[in-house]
Design a protein around this ligand. Structure first.
Ligand code: HEC
Length: 119
């Protein structure tokens, strides 16, 4: 399953890109773009430059791989809430009008391929 992921992700990213450019402002998407995309990339697959800078494993910054998607919402929420390693914490004040829960849901929406996994 892991091997087919990059291609489907690419497709998903291409589809997403047109959605993100739409004029309708989505506060969650905007927050992700401004606060998370620098490290995790617009498509959630991780920014290679940041992987290098943080000396992190590429998988660590990838939020749309099976390993991350298999984790429970509450665990992912906790990572954002209290931080983990080089992942900065994002307090309510920092996130203002969006919740961590919304952001996690958004991250999951970046990876539709996994949810609609074909048999
Ligand atoms: C400065 C870079 C940076 C920024 C900005 C950042 N992250 Fe992270 N994030 C990381 C790193 C590094 C990790 C891996 C932490 C670890 O496991 O040690 C991580 C891990 C995560 C994880 C856990 C993934 C897993 O597999 O358990 C989630 C969820 C996450 N980030 C969401 C977010 C969200 C949402 C935002 C924006 C509000 C964000 N991150 C902003 C660097 C960043």
């Amino acid at each position: 399953m892991k091997k087919t992921l990059p291609l489907t992700l690419l497709l998903a990213a291409a589809l997403r890109a047109s959605a993100v450019e739409a004029p309708k402002a989505d506060p969650v998407a905007a927050a992700y773009k401004s606060k998370c995309a620098a490290c995790h990339a617009k498509d959630g697959a991780g920014n290679p430059a940041m992987v290098k800078m943080l000396k992190a494993k590429p998988e660590a910054l990838n939020l749309v791989d099976a390993e991350t998607l298999d984790k429970k919402d509450e665990d992912l929420t906790k990572t954002v809430d209290i931080g983990k390693g080089k992942m900065p914490l994002f307090t309510k004040e920092k996130l203002k009008d969006v919740s961590v829960k919304d952001l996690i849901a958004f991250v999951r929406s970046l990876a539709p391929a996994k949810k609609e996994a074909k048999p």
